[in-house]
Ligand binder design. Structure first.
Ligand code: CIR
Length: 256
């Protein structure tokens, strides 16, 4: 198997003007965010990724959250149309970078879709119906993905930003989930690992080469993931969490 690529984007000097939906504004320490982001990138490398970073952009406060700008399938990269105006312009640089590895297609108005709303389990794409992603977004994604053999299913969400705030795939048949934020029956017969009740934000993770990357702030959920048989890597991620970002948001990980 080839080495996976992790595509990241540097933090904007304007991060303090990021979008916030479910978290209250707090002072952001840009230097600390950059240090934690660097450790995140180094950890992806330790997990076996070839790391590629796009420069940040002062015009786009949220550009570090590159996950929202594309859904990278094995066959095709679907560049999204993010659900808030301030993030629409983030996609151009990402689309250009992805052309190195994939044919690139783009969603168009009236579709809105954030990549953080899309989970791939086997040949099924689950799309969260968040405030960022609309029916036209999942329909256009389906128009690209169904001819390739993917099924596309919408998932209703509770009070969280994205589907990946509520659930992420640990493998092709296992989901780490906060059952208070999305309906566990959404994922068919997948094996479900619930987050520890005291750690509602712990469902967001990244799977690389069969191992799992999680924030270090969720030890009880980490233990559950390890007991399920996964090797777990952790990183400090609390500074970008103030910008409402989790670990999955900061990379696009895919086979080269
Ligand atoms: C936003 O609200 O768009 C950013 N402040 C955070 C985006 C986090 N992305 C993600 O969960 N995929």
């Amino acid at each position: 198997m080839s080495q996976p690529v992790a595509l990241t984007r540097a933090i904007s000097p304007n991060l303090e003007h990021c979008e916030l939906t479910h978290v209250a504004p707090q002072p952001l320490d840009l230097a600390r965010a950059r240090e934690q982001h660097h450790r995140y990138e180094e950890t992806l490398k330790r997990m076996g990724c070839e790391l590629h970073r796009i420069p940040g952009d002062v015009a786009f406060p949220d550009c570090v959250f590159i996950e929202d700008t594309a859904v990278v399938l094995a066959e095709l990269a679907v560049v999204t149309r993010p659900g808030v105006d301030s993030r629409r312009g983030e996609t151009a640089a990402v689309a250009q970078a992805l052309e190195r590895w994939r044919r690139v297609v783009e969603l168009t108005a009236p579709a809105t879709l954030d990549g953080g709303d899309v989970i791939c389990l086997g040949r099924t794409l689950y799309v969260g119906r968040s405030t960022r992603s609309n029916r036209a977004g999942s329909d256009q994604l389906a128009n690209w993905a169904e001819p390739l053999g993917y099924a596309v299913r919408d998932v209703d969400l509770g009070p969280c930003l994205h589907l990946k705030s509520a659930a992420t795939a640990l493998s092709g048949d296992t989901v780490l989930i906060n059952p208070d934020w999305c309906d566990p029956s959404s994922f068919g017969d997948a094996r479900l690992i619930p987050v520890a009740p005291a750690e509602p934000w712990a469902a967001n993770s990244v799977c690389v080469n069969g191992a799992i990357l999680m924030p270090e702030a969720f030890p009880a959920t980490r233990q559950r993931v390890e007991e399920a048989g996964y090797e777990v890597f952790t990183v400090p991620a609390d500074e970008l969490a103030k910008a409402e970002g989790g670990v999955s948001c900061c990379s696009l990980v895919f086979e080269a």
